[in-house]
Design a protein around this ligand. Structure first.
Ligand code: HEM
Length: 401
């Protein structure tokens, strides 16, 4: 996991970021629409079944299954249907990974402050994530890589996913290769096998938990704010109707985007990010020495009344185009900021919107006796509730669309 881009800095980080960034170009995202729509269909079928039975739903469970299917299909070309296969090991292991993750344990803080302790902590099986599920993902990724290598040229050339990008960059040394042709030198970015596995593992975990949490908090906010939910539905009716949404349709759903952004302000799945000072610097009278770690409290910044009036109120209007234009971008950090901004942000927003389109054409979220008025959170680097969030899903007549 240490080889994952998240844990890299300097030239190493830049090399890896350059290799994986094309995964999220507009043309690649357009190709992902079909598989994501399929996952959205499976998700909405599942919640329709729940609605027919009048059961309340632990939303995080179904959204977690959805985001795992999306990442498995779009990044790794797997044909998973975890909604209908409760024993699907990807979802099961991802859940175990986060259920027992130790984001703030003393051992992990030690390993960040004293990197030389990492080998010892590894031997003692003290890591952020439990070793069983980690080994499952590493084994699966290795198997996927091997399988790809046995495919014929024609099949491989049709593949454009994240795994293929990694495979194209594979080399023994992981260094850049400089190819000179006449006066021009072309730099080819390379990755070692360990680095490939590190990025692939990180994608599974980064793509799973954060987006599932976001969808969970959105459904909770919609259940509590039926007027907002109706407005989102009207927008879907106007711009998409009952056909499969295209990339352009999705870009027209501006009110839905405001709802997503306000939810991310209210409940940012990642509550802090860190930066290490590369030089001595003074900011507003505070001296930050070179190499000091600075923790940026995303949750607190986004709940500060100096930045957001009545911050506990859910108001999607805070993110309409005019208000956004005037606001200071550094007060809204759910995806981080600067060159290290979340690389998967556009995919996360795309899959969140498609899930909402697929669902809100068929069901409504509503409060039930088990829906909490206020959420109670665990401590740690990831925003997770002490108890599962339960809401009711109600069937709507199809003729609405
Ligand atoms: C709503 C969903 C998501 C949220 C809230 C989120 C949040 C974040 C945050 C706060 C960071 C740190 C940024 C910084 O330091 O400035 C980050 C980095 C990252 N995210 Fe996300 N993320 C989400 C979805 C995804 C998805 C879907 C993927 C990939 C499939 C992904 C992959 C990554 C990677 C690889 C990094 C490290 C980037 C780097 O260090 O250069 N994220 N994310």
């Amino acid at each position: 996991m240490e080889k994952g881009i998240f844990f890299q800095s300097g030239v190493n980080w830049k090399r890896i970021r350059n290799i994986i960034a094309p995964t999220f170009s507009s043309s690649k995202l357009k190709l992902m629409i079909g598989p994501i729509n399929k996952c959205g269909g499976l998700l909405s079928n599942k919640l329709v079944t729940k609605a027919k039975k009048g059961e309340t739903v632990d939303v995080k469970h179904y959204f977690g299954v959805y985001t795992m299917d999306v990442i498995a299909r779009t990044a790794f070309g797997l044909d998973t249907d975890s909604q209908n296969n409760p024993d699907e090991p990807f979802v099961d292991n991802a859940r175990k990974l986060f259920a027992t993750a130790k984001f703030t344990s003393t051992a992990n803080l030690l390993s960040i402050i004293f990197p030389f302790l990492r080998p010892l902590l590894k031997v003692l099986d003290v890591g952020i994530f439990p070793s069983g599920p980690v080994n499952f993902f590493v084994r699966s990724i290795k198997a996927m890589i091997e399988e790809r290598k046995t495919e014929d040229e024609a099949t491989r050339s049709k593949r454009t996913d994240f795994l293929e990008l990694l495979l194209k960059a594979e080399s023994e040394e992981g260094n850049d290769i400089h190819v000179t042709n006449g006066t021009q030198t072309k730099v080819i970015k390379r990755l070692t096998v360990e680095e490939m596995i590190g990025q692939a593992f990180l994608f599974f975990i980064a793509g799973y938990e954060t987006t599932a949490s976001t969808l969970q908090f959105i459904s909770y906010n919609l259940a509590k704010n039926p007027g907002v939910q109706e407005k989102v539905i009207k927008e879907i009716e106007t711009h998409v109707g009952d056909r499969e949404p295209t990339y352009d349709d999705i870009n027209k759903l501006t009110y839905m985007e405001q709802v997503i952004l306000e939810t991310l302000r209210h409940y940012p799945p990642v509550i802090t990010v860190n930066r290490k000072a590369s030089t001595d610097v003074d900011i507003k009278g505070v001296h930050i020495p070179k190499d000091a770690m600075v923790m940026i409290p995303i949750y607190s910044i986004q709940h500060d009344p100096e930045n957001y009036e009545n911050p506990e109120e859910f108001r999607p209007e805070r993110f309409d185009a005019a208000t956004r234009q005037e606001s200071n971008p550094i007060t809204f950090l759910p995806f981080g900021y600067g060159p290290r901004l979340c690389i998967g942000m556009r995919l996360a927003l795309l899959e969140t919107k498609i899930a909402l389109v697929c669902l809100l054409r068929r069901v409504r979220f509503a409060k039930c006796s088990e829906t909490p008025d206020k959420l109670d959170f665990k401590t740690g680097g990831i925003l997770s509730t002490k108890d599962p969030i339960k809401v009711a899903v109600e069937l709507v007549p199809k003729q609405n669309f």
